[in-house]
Design a protein around this ligand. Sequence first.
Ligand code: HEC
Length: 174
Amino acid sequence: MKRTLSSLALLCLLASPLTQARSIPDPHQKHAPGNEAPQTPIAQAGYSNATNYQLACAGCHLSNGMGSKSNDVPRMQGFVGNFLKVEGGRQFLVRVPGMSMSPLNDAQLADMLNWLLRKDGMAGASMPEQYTPYTGEEVASIRHETLLNLPGTRAKLISAMRAQGIAVTDGMGD
Ligand code: HEC
């Protein structure tokens, strides 16, 4: 038994430099077979909105848009459409960093918003009666204006909603 243990220890000792060596990248390493092509940037890949959402947004907002209060990510599910009912809200939705700084191009961001802002989609019943879809041109014209004082801007939009009697169900509490 003692001998087995000590030979095991010796084996571990001998194997450890190998384990360390494996973590050092091999400069001559080849791509895995079938994986040689360089990656296509997401802005050129032509994925669906659902796929783009999974790749660029769901990490924070979660797949169903429920967000997470403990990470300060508001709920979009059944709520995000309310931003269209208050002045400045339409621009805000483009200018939040998760949108404006995402790897998606202007047309893809417009498509993404139009996909989120549907009565049968994530925004659901929070959508206003009238909705003018976003265009790539509109996104391009507001995307690059930096949103200064984001929490203050958002808080104003939320109080404008409250003033209209809109129930604030963004999951962030008061
Ligand atoms: C790194 C985390 C993160 C990622 C990635 C992210 N967001 Fe966000 N998002 C947030 C947070 C946090 C807020 C709240 C405002 C703020 O602090 O930026 C927010 C706010 C929003 C809002 C405004 C709604 C509100 O209640 O404030 C929209 C719309 C939105 N995100 C859409 C998206 C979309 C679409 C993507 C993917 C292209 C995305 N976000 C990627 C974290 C993220």
